[in-house]
Design a protein around this ligand. Sequence first.
Ligand code: HPA
Length: 240
Amino acid sequence: MATPHIAAEPGDFAPAVLMPGDPRRAQRIAETLMNDARLVTDVRGMLGFTGTANGRPLSVMGSGMGQPSFTIYATELFSQFGVERIIRVGTAGGLSPRVKIGDVIVATGAHTDSAMNQLRIPGVNFSAVADFQLARAAYEASLTEQTEGDGKVHLGTVFSRDHFYFTPEGQNEALAGYGVLGVEMEAAALYGVAAEYGKQALAVLTVSDHLLDHSGDMSAAERETRFADSLRLAVAAAHS
Ligand code: HPA
């Protein structure tokens, strides 16, 4: 039965779903990882595909940008389509000086300025944390699988910010001082929804820019290579 935002039937999705923000990237990922991908939903242009990768079922679907959009799709996937794990694959702006453009962040937890998780349990500052099994699988894949780029894989926290174009003065520096690795816009919401439904979630993020160190930039080719590296970690987590 279709939901308001996903025109698919139960069984159309694999138990594990990779979710980039951009639906066109979902299509490219499906075409790269699978040779049997079929389109299972396209409501509002939010493309979702299911097929097999490395011989095992996998789905890939766009999430849109920001925590409300991610929450809508993740809620419907977890509650109506039998999805057990969602791995966000996307980009983050670097914060920590240890993190360089092209590196990969496996987000073990996500701080946020969003109210979405604050509303869940009155009086509680909910801790948005990744599933340990998935994070461990991604980490282990980073140790054993060959990577083409020379970037590093970092495990640690990110900041899921609601604004893209507004940052309170000094906030980035303060977050970096607390060891936060990068900024993105969805992980905290994903981890909240996964907790609500007793499911598993992880975000694997490629550092596309650095908010405090503008010295290095990545070519388009480098971005694709590093994105491929983070995808390998995400697939390893999806099938762990
Ligand atoms: N802010 C939020 N999300 C991002 C950024 C950023 O600066 N860079 C990549 N994703």
